[in-house]
Structures are given as C-alpha cells and as structure tokens.
Design a protein around this ligand. Sequence first.
Ligand SMILES: Nc1nc2c(c(=O)[nH]1)N[C@H]1C(S)=C(S)[C@@H](COP(=O)(O)O)O[C@H]1N2
Ligand SMILES: [Mo]
Length: 202
Amino acid sequence: MERLPPGQILTQRFPILTYGEEPEVSREAWRFALSGLVARPLTLTYEELLALPQVELTRDFHCVTRWSRLDVAWKGVRVRDLLERARPKEEAVAALVRSYGGYTTNLLLEDLLREDVILAHTLFGQPLPRERGGPVRLLVPHLYAWKSAKWVREIELLDHLELGFWERLGYHWRGDPWKEERFQEGPIPAASLRFRSRKEGP
Ligand SMILES: Nc1nc2c(c(=O)[nH]1)N[C@H]1C(S)=C(S)[C@@H](COP(=O)(O)O)O[C@H]1N2
Ligand SMILES: [Mo]
C-alpha cells in the first residue's frame, strides 16, 4: 500500500512546527477537560491519564507543508475511551480542541472516535518533550498534523462546526491528506453542519 499521500515529500527528519510561543506546562499543572455536549463532563490530571488503559501505536505523520515522517511511535490514552466515559449527547457532531497557549483546531466527533486517536504522553519511549507538545498532545494520525494539537487542554463537543486557528485562516475544515484537503476551496459542505442546519432550518 502507498504510504505517502499525494503531494507529500518523505523526510527522515522530524521537524518541529509551532506557531508562536511554546507554552510551558508542567505535569503537575496540566489539566485536561472533556466538556460541552456530554452527559458527564470529565477532567483529568497527568497522573489520572497514566492510570487509564494505555495504547501504543506507530503511525505516519503528514504535515500540510508537504513533509511526511514515517513510523512515529506514540503511547497514550484513546480519546474514544474518554468519550465513552463522558457520554456525548445525541446532538454532538463536532469538537473544538483547545491548547495551552491559545491554539485551537476543529474535528468531527466521528474523527475523534477513531481508535488510533489518542492523548499522547510518550514519543519513541520517552516522555513527550515540551517542544512536541509535552506533557500531553492530541494525535490524529489520519488527518494532517495541524489537527494533532500540542499542549492539549480541552476538547469541547458542539452541535455545529466551529473552526480552529488554521481553519479560520483558510485551511481545510477537515484535512484528509489522502484527499489533499489542504485549503478550503468553496463553502463547507452542509452535511458537516448537520445538526445546526436541522435546528435552524425550516
Ligand atoms: N498547540 C499547537 N499545536 C500544534 C501546532 C501549533 O503551532 N500549536 N502546530 C501543528 C502543526 S502545523 C504540525 S505539523 C504539528 C507539528 O508537530 P511537531 O512539532 O511535533 O512536529 O503540530 C500541530 N500542533
Ligand atoms: Mo503542519
């Protein structure tokens, strides 16, 4: 199977890409919240995250600026497991992810439910370094890497799509590298705004 999505170039390096200041968040201070349209909002400390069932996975990493790095080894906790505990309400269709430092990105709930979407705290067997988003980042390996929010702080479930930082600046609302969804061309399809249009429709 082809491993390199269209228009991507393989790199042996693993560049660090951060927009703006790198936040400093200690393990002790780190808190994560699963909020919004859930029956049971959830908050986690770093210690509590480590006490949950852990998964290890190796995935390729595709940046929209056209570099791809193969076989990155992560360890963390499935977001799906956290969602199961928090119990999304029926009208939840999307999420806005917030990071320490102010970065945001949007995702569909169905993308967060994939089994290889994790809150990652370990990279190649080492605690996730600060510049990589340590202590904890989101990993969404099936979408462009701008979705993998470093220094993740909150996932808020919503009944509509609220665009994140790069998406508001013109990046694609979803960002599938296999479909080369780099930039948003034209309006966002209504199907992705399903719940809002149902409520606001005729
Ligand atoms: N909080 C935050 N998360 C972020 C970014 C950022 O600037 N801030 N950059 C994104 C982009 S564009 C990419 S390609 C990856 C890069 O991750 P890396 O620095 O570990 O290679 O992080 C993503 N997550
Ligand atoms: Mo990126």
